[in-house]
Design a protein around this ligand. Sequence first.
Ligand code: SR1
Ligand code: MG
Length: 422
Amino acid sequence: MSDYKALTPETLPARLGTLDAMTNSLGGSSTDWQVREVGDGNLNLVFIVEGTAGSVIVKQALPYVRLVGDSWPLPLKRAYFEYHALIRQAERDPGSVPEILHFDETQALIIMERLQPHIILRQQMIAGRKVAGLGETIGRFCARNAFRGSDLSMETAKKKADLALFSDNVELCDITENLVFTDPYFDAEMNRYTTPQLDGIVAELRNDQMLKVEVQHMKRAFSAKAETLCHGDLHAGSIMVTDDESRVIDPEFAFYGPMGFDIGMLIGNYLMAYHAISAHIADDTACAAYQEWVLETIDETWTAFCDEFSKLWRTERTGILYPRSLYEDQGHLMASELALEQLLGEIFEDLLGFAGIEMHRRILGLAHIAEFETIEDEDIRAPLETRSLKFGQALVMNRKRLHGIDRVIAMARQSQTGTGTS
Ligand code: SR1
Ligand code: MG
């Protein structure tokens, strides 16, 4: 920390101007570079640096939570975990994440490829614009990372060493343990929600004792089911898109956790976008069409996950779990397929639980999402948030009984017309 100093647009050219990563990408003299700080996330500084030959992103961790200020210190080492997660994701799903050009551990900064003309998926969805291939690309990303980062694939010594490395990402896991799995379910200090409109549903959720039991079962899975390297914060703000390309960014919350965590959090975000979109698209027909696209994307995400995971199961199962020596080599193909089916069933159950909890914390906790926050009229926002909260509750409580993504999609259509989940 002693040599660490936060960058500013004014100091950045002089401080980074001699790095090959910068000069090779940007060209010209550093004094001519244009620097803009564009970070709109909750934690870090993000700069776009433009030169005559190109542009790059410089991301630097701050020693505190940007959203809250220096009263909430946060270690700089999260940049180290982000760097290591990005390397692994690039290996496991080539082309899915921005290329890293330079990493400086002391300054907690990563210089990376600028994705252009990409924008954050959340902005694209609020604008009612589709992304061709989104479900397939990100479903495959989740499957490749879930499978290739686990004991199904990795050499066990490497997996254990990696688990040890990421186990030090304590403070960012602590954020998720509290902000996602605990605070929304009681009157925690940092919570905020649309009041008084949501007072009734909030009291109902916090008094739902069985819900609190189920949520803590999910928190136990988060903390104890160290199956694979998770992105840790996969939501519509962690995906950058054009109209036909999707890339994943921002894995600083990376940790070893359940295979259903990333895809579950993401599907929770899609379901919130689904519930919020009527406030953003005035035309009813266009709104209904966009909602159908969101549901298709959910379907395609899970289908792509299953297809890719199954393919890897059949072709890359080289780890200590479900060894081929017990199944295929004995001619017991049926047992192998059965084990795969059961594992996908367990991942799906976890996915539903995590999705439901994400739908609660983004409305009741500290960190909200723009899909709802940009609806200025609280009397329009609150009913949409209420449907989302009830939907989340239904997912958590029924996750063992909901077999197949079709059931979730049918429930979403009912939730929208007010005939479901209440
Ligand atoms: C204090 S950090 C709040 C949230 O921002 C991050 O993007 C994570 O989602 C975290 O929960
Ligand atoms: Mg982030």
